[in-house]
Design a protein around this ligand. Structure first.
Ligand code: 13P
Length: 251
């Protein structure tokens, strides 16, 4: 049975004290909530990982937002997957469109990062999604298939079990424009289909597929009601504990 997950992606927001405060508020709310139907993860900047790990309890998961594409060595300013794992983080977010777009992360580079993350014992939240131009041109299915196949399909079924996929249409990120539940479901079903083709029905069924892009308390319920949408990767609305919990409790 696949897990439902709601994960925050704080991006480049909050100082360490602000982040610790936010994490504590989320953790208190998670601990007070009865009967949560999803796992809750906070994705935080590298600088925050240790402090946030100390501020949350074992009911919550912790993610980094990136890791290096090298194992170790003379790469000034980079943070390796093993370093991330050594903070107590459980996950790393890879392939976010902001990293692909602003930092030229290629499909090949992401394949390397995925391998390093898994080798370090981390699970991966792997993001994919099309731009508005790609959707208008009707190439969105091909774009998503290429991103997933190119960076993940060298993995065996066991390793695939440690991957969560996040579908994040670029045109919906931070724009206030959400994909409709039907639009998102169409893509999630497509993703599960290509997983089934490659790994068989069981792996496809067991893979958690999240939606990201202007997800908020007011639209989460409708999105999460879809059969192939197993939760969300939340940007802006993860920066306020009340908003984030409004999404967590939408299940
Ligand atoms: P927003 O929720 O701010 O649109 O961001 C989504 C996102 O990029 C999560 O990774």
């Amino acid at each position: 049975m696949r897990k439902n997950i709601v994960a925050g992606n704080w991006k480049m927001n909050t100082t360490v004290p602000e982040g610790v405060q936010l994490a504590k508020e989320v953790c208190e709310a998670v601990c007070a909530a009865q009967d949560l139907k999803c796992d809750v993860i906070v994705g935080v900047p590298f600088t925050h990982l240790c402090a946030v790990k100390g501020a949350i309890c074992e009911k919550m998961g912790l993610a980094a937002e990136n890791c290096a594409d090298h194992e170790k060595g003379a790469y000034t300013g980079e943070v390796s997957a093993a370093m991330v794992a050594s903070t107590g983080a459980d996950y790393v977010i890879l392939g976010h469109s902001e990293r692909r777009g602003y930092y030229n992360e290629s499909i090949e580079m992401l394949k390397t990062k995925v391998d390093l993350a898994l080798a370090a014992g981390l699970k991966v939240i792997f993001c994919c999604g099309e731009s508005l131009d790609e959707r208008k041109a009707g190439t969105h299915f091909d774009v998503i298939k290429n991103e997933i196949a190119g960076s993940l399909f060298h993995l065996d079924a066991e390793a695939m079990g440690r991957i969560v996929i996040a579908y994040e249409p670029i045109w919906a990120i931070g724009t206030g424009e959400t994909a409709t539940a039907d639009q998102a479901q169409e893509i999630h079903k497509f993703i599960r289909g290509i997983l089934a083709e490659k790994y068989g029905a069981q792996v496809a069924d067991d893979t958690t597929i999240l939606y990201g892009g202007s997800c908020k308390p007011s639209n989460a319920r409708e999105l999460f009601a879809m059969p192939d949408i197993d939760g969300g990767l939340i940007g802006g609305a993860s920066l306020k504990a009340a908003d984030f919990m409004g999404i967590v409790t939408a299940f």
